[in-house]
Design a protein around this ligand. Structure first.
Ligand code: HEM
Length: 397
């Protein structure tokens, strides 16, 4: 029997035009990813830097962690936008996939709460303790006495760092399960669902570990997140309220292009590995005209951002505000291209057993208008909040 039998093809409808669903799903995921990257890769980097980093590395880690509570709040809320459109247009495959891994999917919330508190506990600990090391502090009479971060607060930071990486892994499980044909094919039912059902009822104990796409996709996302973290470092250095020390600026100039290069190489390696786990049909489509342009741009666009960082390093100083803003825009394009390619691959993988774009449209204008108005208002409020943060930014001592 063909797999389509297990995905109900009739019934159901798109509550908004197909282009609208795709546009806001990709836009929402892009905005979610910009901030999600900073906690996905940034938290573990900050915790390692706090222990093993240079004085500048610890300073940078401290700056990121002080901003982290706001970054997590904004990023989680921005994740709701793609979730809305995922549930509205991809329900027939999204729900079976998340039911298959129900306890792990629920685990995202169970892990997110302590992770979120962990970020706050650590950030408050940073405010109450002094950065740098005891000898540095004691050697300098102008600085307040050394107050180390209490161990339980450091532990809270590590718990948050590990939990966010695990949550990222669970998200990649959910999104790859949703497009995994075997989950919906009768002949694979016993093999895939058998050990995760009892008397025909799903136990919610499954994961997508057998899927060859899982690991490279997860590592590709982490590498991409790492490149965004480096651009944050450059933007924060250029736009921070107090002028950073010469030592710090030199450290940023010297290390940012190398750190970005590491992320870019990871993105290229794991991205190529991931590309090879696609089905022949999906790979053929993504590597043929005209979609090849999108695939190509997605692969090469981190290059110009890296060149900007390398050029700046050659001048021996970190990017100034203008160049930092340009690099931030470049990184936003890197993320948006990745989000768009990811969406095309998602639809192509689904096309083999669920023609998601062929669902009948029954546009519900009233909730749609409310969504649009609230989206614009929400973006306005977030913009105003960030402007207040900028206007009242404090000069650090
Ligand atoms: C409750 C808060 C969150 C919500 C509502 C949310 C929402 C989403 C949605 C809807 C997607 C899929 C978008 C699409 O397919 O278009 C997604 C993907 C993703 N999210 Fe989040 N997210 C949240 C928290 C997190 C956290 C804490 C992480 C941790 C790192 C994270 C990491 C990811 C990753 C890595 C993906 C891509 C998965 C893939 O495509 O394989 N998200 N998120």
């Amino acid at each position: 029997m063909t797999p389509t039998v297990l995905v109900e093809q009739t019934g159901g409808f798109l509550p908004a035009p197909w282009w609208f669903v795709q546009f806001f799903k990709v836009l929402g995921f892009t905005l979610h990813a910009v901030l999600m990257h900073l906690w996905y890769a940034g938290l573990v980097w900050a915790m390692v830097s706090a222990v093993r980093g240079s004085a500048s590395g610890r300073e940078a880690a401290g700056r990121l962690m002080r901003q982290m509570p706001i970054l997590v709040a904004l990023g989680i809320n921005l994740g709701i936008v793609p979730l809305l459109f995922l549930q509205a247009a991809y329900a027939k495959v999204f729900y079976p996939a998340t039911i298959y891994m129900a306890w792990f999917w629920l685990g995202i919330v169970i892990l997110l709460i302590p992770a979120y508190y962990g970020v706050y506990i650590y950030a408050i600990g940073l405010r109450n303790s002094t950065s740098g090391s005891e000898p540095e502090r004691n050697a300098s009479s102008s600085l307040p006495p050394f107050r180390p971060m209490p161990l339980w607060r450091t532990a809270a930071g590590w718990i948050a760092a590990v939990f966010f990486i695990v949550i990222g892994f669970l998200f990649v499980n959910g999104l790859t399960l949703m497009t995994r044909q075997e989950l919906f094919r009768q002949e694979d039912w016993q093999a895939v669902w058998g050990s995760h059902t009892a008397a025909g009822a799903a136990l919610g104990t499954g994961l997508n570990l057998a899927d060859l796409r899982l690991l490279p996709r997860w590592l590709m996302f982490f590498s991409l997140a790492w490149t965004t973290l480096v651009v944050w470092l450059v933007v924060d250095t250029a736009w921070r309220a107090s002028a950073p020390s010469e030592t710090y600026r030199t450290w940023v100039a010297r290390s940012s292009w190398k750190l970005y290069l590491a992320g870019m190489v990871g993105f290229a390696l794991f991205g190529s590995w991931y590309l090879h786990t696609w089905s022949a049909e999906v790979r053929a489509t993504m590597l043929s005209w005209p979609i090849l342009v999108l695939t190509g741009l997605t692969a090469v666009f981190p290059g110009p951002v890296w060149l900007g960082l390398a050029w700046s390093a050659r001048r021996g100083k970190p990017p100034d505000r203008g160049l930092a803003a340009l690099l931030a825009l470049g990184q936003l394009l890197v993320i948006a291209l990745n989000a768009t390619s990811r969406q095309v691959v998602q639809n192509l993988e689904l096309r083999q057993f669920f023609a998601v774009s062929q669902q009948p449209e029954a546009v519900q204008w009233s909730p749609l208008i409310v969504f649009l108005v609230l989206f614009v208002l929400g973006a306005g409020v977030v913009g105003w909040m960030l402007w207040q943060l900028w206007r009242h930014r404090q000069v650090e001592t």
